[in-house]
Ligand binder design. Structure first.
Ligand code: GUN
Length: 283
């Protein structure tokens, strides 16, 4: 069965649209998301455009901050500090990657945890690790929402995550652990990758290599989620060879139309949750 991220994202966004309009009625103001884009990375430009489109659909106000490719760390930090201090801003998103030579951590640490809609701050990552309430990174949260949408029971399952990035692999593994999976994180130095993957009831692939996962790496009846977005001459493809794997998996997510739209829907959900928490805390 195909897990349709596009359809699921639409239902999440439609539900949020209602909640956002209730928020406005109740608190007499709009929710505002600041989007910071530095430089000319074409993929980042597309992602940011799609994020802004989603805010428009839902009724969230967006504030775009576009900075040149050759911006200095100080210039970027100044913008983020201004947004952090601006009480009309509920959420701040700094699109990654930042241009070469800019230390992302120096920028991300200026985002107050209560406005950190991406869940990248040390406080939010730390709370996730401790199993405390936190803002969870949008892509792993989208993956978990997709798995739950088909009522898949994660308890006690062998889950394998390929990829150990701060944005996807690490938080994904923590979320699956919280759902009582036995979790293995694989990466570029992993030995016997095929053997490990073959044992996975749940296989999450975020390796960034087009069509990398083939049938021989997949257990019969596995649930396979493809986080990859690779631009090839045949268009956008995932990290999983969909045609090759689809008949072996019990559930599989496509690319495009899988995790990508869910990341954006979760960003909207995080923004709404941050805004609600801010008003409840009198901010
Ligand atoms: N770059 C790749 N994925 C993401 C994401 O989820 N958020 C941000 N801010 N940048 C990204």
């Amino acid at each position: 069965m195909i897990i349709d991220g596009k359809a699921l994202s639409l239902s999440v966004k439609t539900e949020l649209k209602e909640k956002v309009s209730d928020f406005e009625r109740q608190f007499g103001r709009k929710i505002s998301l600041a989007v910071v884009l530095v430089g000319n990375n074409p993929a980042s430009q597309v992602y940011v455009k799609n994020k802004i489109k989603a805010t428009e659909f839902i009724g969230i106000n967006s504030v775009s901050v576009i900075l040149k490719e050759d911006s200095t760390l100080e210039e970027i930090k100044d913008k983020v500090i201004n947004l952090a201090d601006d009480s009309s801003i509920d959420g701040i998103l700094v699109q990654l990657p930042l241009p070469k030579g800019i230390d992302e951590n120096e920028v991300l640490k200026l985002i107050p945890p209560e406005k950190d809609v991406d869940g990248f701050s040390s406080a939010n990552v730390g709370n996730l690790l401790l199993g405390k309430p936190s803002v969870v990174a949008c892509t792993p949260l989208g993956v978990l929402t997709m798995i739950k949408s088909v009522n898949y029971d994660l308890k006690g399952k062998n889950a394998v995550v390929i990829g150990r990035s701060n944005i996807v692999g690490k938080p994904m593994a923590l979320l699956l652990l919280q759902e009582d999976c036995t979790v293995t994180i694989c990466h570029s130095k992993t030995k016997n990758l095929t053997e490990i993957c073959k044992n996975a009831d749940v296989l999450i692939v975020a390796i960034g290599k087009a069509n990398f996962v083939k049938e021989d790496m997949v257990k019969d009846g596995a649930l396979v989620i493809d986080v990859g977005i690779n631009r090839t001459e045949n268009g956008i493809v995932g990290d999983v060879d969909f045609e090759n794997v689809k008949n072996k998996a019990s559930y599989i997510s496509p690319v495009p139309g899988g995790v990508g739209p869910m990341t954006i829907a979760m960003l909207m959900q995080n923004t709404y949750n941050c805004a609600l928490k801010r008003v409840k805390n009198g901010l």
